[in-house]
Design a protein around this ligand. Structure first.
Ligand SMILES: *Cc1c(COP(=O)(O)O)cnc(C)c1O
Length: 384
């Protein structure tokens, strides 16, 4: 069996020296010394000051707190977001008291297009959540223009895009909060955790307060908060992960380049973001003419695990399908034509070659109707 993903976390011995420091200091959470060291190292990575960054317990809660921090006094309303995203995006908006409104994505970038946002949509929206798909960069100046034009706050779910945020010149840290996940399935994993970045230190301070019961300087709840702090143990894993990050990053990039090279001669399939110089943990194949469900079944029968990472888009999940949506032709197309292939930092040439050979066999085989996805219809019976 070739697995779709295998995490690449720091080994126990690499974490141990940091754990010893926790033992010596006997400080286990609540912004301790390891938290500060990790925050300083991430600030250097993203080219921001330490007051422009806060670490929280996961990206889902990070997005939710970031939305609440930029909405300031306003409460409730609609949060415009793509349907083509992970469930965490609408759940985070709902936890911030907003109702998702699903928009379609651009054919090439798989993200909301800042030039296609309509006045009618923005007049209704209290906030907008833009999602960076599968590690690819967004142009934050374009989104700043949307904020200026409509006065509607924007938050960026860049959960899977740590490397693009760190290195892509257009992925600027502006007044729009950017949230990056440190989950074990992401490129720089620590188990559970997330980074919230924003050029405005007041927004960061609000997120920090909300992550700690709404406390400011004393244990008095000044605002509605929760407990979303990152413990010193998680920070120990984070410091060990950063020590080896350049190696993991180089491996991810080398493996994806090799995949693209192997897939180049195969007609009818491409890898999303294959030319991207930014590391991620996804190899999402896009089929020109064939059905991704059929491919998933075909590969599964040959012992290759795949994943429809974002399924049919969020609008199809039972929890979200009553929410309003624009017409979603691109989302529907992506849900049928794309599939996450096995990919991770230490995937071997042999494993990739087997996947590519089977993919070629599938594309050369005749269409089989019985394996195709059931027709997608809007509503509760939609296949997600
Ligand atoms: C992984 C992911 C999340 C959730 O991150 P957690 O840290 O697991 O909460 C949110 N959005 C997107 C796009 C993701 O890929």
């Amino acid at each position: 069996m070739i697995q779709v993903f295998r995490p690449n976390m720091p080994p126990a011995e690499a974490i141990l020296p940091y754990m010893r420091r926790i033992d010596q200091r006997r400080w286990y959470s609540n912004f301790g010394p390891l938290y500060h060291e990790l925050r300083a190292r991430f600030a250097a990575m993203f080219g921001v000051t330490e007051d422009q960054l806060v670490l929280v317990s996961n990206a889902t809660v990070g997005i939710s707190l970031a939305i609440r921090a930029v909405m300031s006094q306003r409460a409730g309303g609609i949060c415009l977001m793509p349907s083509w995203t992970f469930s965490a995006s609408p759940l985070a908006a709902m936890a911030a008291g907003l109702q998702p409104y699903f928009g379609d994505v651009d054919r090439d970038t798989w993200a909301l297009d800042p030039t296609q946002i309509s006045d009618a949509q923005m007049e209704q929206a209290s906030a907008l959540l833009v999602v960076s798909p599968f590690g690819t960069p967004l142009n934050m100046d374009d989104w700043e223009t949307v904020v200026q034009k409509y006065g509607v706050p924007v938050v960026c779910d860049a959960a899977a895009s740590l490397d693009a945020v760190a290195r892509a010149p257009e992925f600027q840290v502006t007044s729009i909060p950017i949230v990056i996940s440190l989950h074990a399935t992401k490129a720089l994993g620590i188990g559970e955790g997330a980074i919230v970045l924003c050029a405005d230190p007041d927004v960061i301070e609000r997120v920090r307060q909300m992550s700690n019961f709404g406390f400011s300087k004393t244990s008095v709840s000044q605002v509605v908060g929760t407990n979303a702090k990152l413990s010193e143990y998680s920070c120990a894993v984070g410091l060990a992960a950063l020590d080896r990050w350049e190696g993991v990053r180089a491996n991810l990039l080398a493996r994806s380049a090799r995949y693209a090279e192997m897939l180049a001669p195969v007609d009818g399939v491409s890898l999303f973001g294959a030319e991207s110089p930014y590391a991620s943990t996804y190899a999402v194949a896009e089929l020109d003419h064939r059905d991704a469900y059929q491919l998933a079944n075909f590969l599964s029968r040959s012992g290759v695990e795949t994943r429809r990472w974002w399924r049919s888009g969020c609008h199809g999940h039972p929890t979200f399908n009553a929410f309003p949506a624009s017409p979603l032709p691109e989302t529907r197309r992506l849900s049928r034509s794309t599939l996450g292939l096995p990919y991770y930092a230490d995937i071997s040439d042999e494993e990739m070659s087997r996947v590519v050979t089977l993919l070629g066999d599938f594309l050369a085989s005749p269409h089989k109707r019985e394996d195709a996805a059931p027709a997608l219809t809007r509503g509760a019976r939609e296949v997600v």
